[in-house]
Design a protein around this ligand. Structure first.
Ligand SMILES: NC(=O)c1ccc[n+]([C@@H]2O[C@H](COP(=O)([O-])OP(=O)(O)OC[C@H]3O[C@@H](n4cnc5c(N)ncnc54)[C@H](OP(=O)(O)O)[C@@H]3O)[C@@H](O)[C@H]2O)c1
Length: 273
C-alpha cells in the first residue's frame, strides 16, 4: 500500500469508509471482518463518525481494531451541533468509549455549524494537548471556509470528490496542495452507483483488466495529496480496492476520462452528500 504524509505521520492513500455500517445488527460480523481484511491489505486508515448509525459504526470499528490499534490510523468526526467548547470533549469521550481506545488519530468537524470556528479549534487543541486526539481537521469546507479558519494546524479537509464531482479541481484542491494539506476524497467510487456504468470508464477498466471502481480510485490517487476512503463490506470489494493502489493510468486513459467527465471551467459550489 502506498502512503502519504499527513501532519507528520504516514497514512495509507486508500483508507476504509464506514458510513452505513453499524445499522443492521445481522451484518455486524461481516462489517467487522471487512475492516479487518482491509487492515491486513494495508488500508489502515479508517474513517468513521459519531453520526454513522448514531455511534453504531464506531462500535463496529472498535471491534475491528481490537488488538491491532497501533496498526491503524483512526479518523472520526464530531457533529457540528456538538462542536462547542463544552460539547467537543464530551462527544470525543463518547467516541473513544465506542471505539474502545484512548485516542483518535484525526478528529474532524463533520461540516460547519452554528459554533464559531475559533471555539471549535480551541476545543480541538485542548483535546490534542490532553492526548485524546493526535491532530484535527475539517470536512465539507470550501476555500472561503478554510481561509476564514486560517489554521495551519488543520490536518485535512474531507470532501466529496470523484469522477462525477470534480468541482474541487478548480480551486479547493490546488489551494490545499499548495499548503501540503491532504484532501480526503469521500464517495470516491460514487457510492457504487451509475458512475461505474459509464462506457468510457468501463473501456479504460477493460484495457487494464481491472474494474471501473478500481479505475475511479486510481484516477483520484494519481494526484499529489489525495487520499480515498471507499467503503466496502463485500470482501471482493475490499480486495479490489486495496489492489487499486497499484494501478497506473496512462495519458490516453486520462484524456478519455476527461472527455467523459468534464473538469470544472469555473468555480462550483462545494458538492456534498
Ligand atoms: N465527511 C462527509 O460528509 C462524508 C460523506 C459521505 C461519506 N463519507 C465517508 O466516505 C466513505 C466513502 O463514501 P460512501 O460510503 O458514501 O461511498 P463509496 O465508498 O463511494 O461507495 C460505497 C459503495 O460502493 C460499493 N463498493 C465498494 N467497493 C467497490 C468496488 N470495488 N466495486 C464496486 N462497488 C464497490 C460498496 O458496496 P459494499 O459495501 O456492498 O461492498 C458500497 O455500496 C464513507 O463510508 C464515509 O466514511 C464522508
Amino acid at each position: 500500500m502506498r502512503s502519504l504524509e499527513l501532519a507528520g505521520v504516514n497514512v495509507s492513500v486508500i483508507g476504509q469508509g464506514t458510513w452505513q455500517m453499524g445499522e443492521d445488527r445481522s451484518r455486524h460480523n461481516e462489517e467487522v471482518a471487512a475492516l479487518r481484511l482491509g487492515i491486513e491489505l494495508g488500508m489502515t486508515l479508517i474513517d468513521t463518525a459519531e453520526m454513522y448509525a448514531e455511534g453504531g459504526a464506531e462500535e463496529v470499528v472498535g471491534e475491528a481494531i481490537a488488538g491491532r490499534r497501533d496498526e491503524v490510523f483512526l479518523v472520526s468526526k464530531v457533529y457540528p451541533h456538538n462542536a462547542s467548547r463544552k460539547g467537543i470533549p464530551q462527544a470525543c469521550e463518547r467516541s473513544l468509549r465506542r471505539l474502545d481506545t484512548d485516542h483518535i488519530d484525526l478528529y474532524l468537524l463533520h461540516w460547519r455549524g452554528q459554533y464559531p470556528l475559533e471555539e471549535t479549534v480551541e476545543a480541538f487543541e485542548q483535546l490534542r494537548a490532553a492526548g485524546k486526539i493526535g491532530r484535527w481537521g475539517v470536512s465539507n469546507f470550501d476555500v472561503d471556509d478554510l481561509q476564514e479558519l486560517a489554521a495551519p494546524a488543520c490536518a485535512t479537509n474531507q470532501v466529496l470528490y470523484n469522477l462525477e464531482e470534480r468541482g474541487i479541481e478548480f480551486d479547493l484542491l490546488p489551494w490545499c496542495q499548495q499548503r501540503r494539506m491532504p484532501v480526503m476524497a469521500y464517495c470516491p467510487i460514487g457510492q457504487g452507483g451509475k458512475m461505474l456504468a459509464n462506457a468510457t470508464l468501463r473501456q479504460v477498466a477493460a484495457r487494464h483488466r481491472v474494474t471501473p471502481a478500481q479505475v475511479s480510485l486510481a484516477w483520484l490517487l494519481r494526484q499529489d495529496g489525495v487520499i480515498a476512503i471507499p467503503k466496502a463490506v463485500r470482501p471482493e470489494h475490499v480486495r479490489l480496492n486495496a489492489q487499486a493502489a497499484q494501478l497506473v493510468l496512462e495519458p490516453g486513459d486520462l484524456e478519455a476520462l476527461d472527455q467523459a467527465f468534464h473538469a470544472p471551467q469555473r468555480k462550483q459550489r462545494l458538492a456534498m452528500v
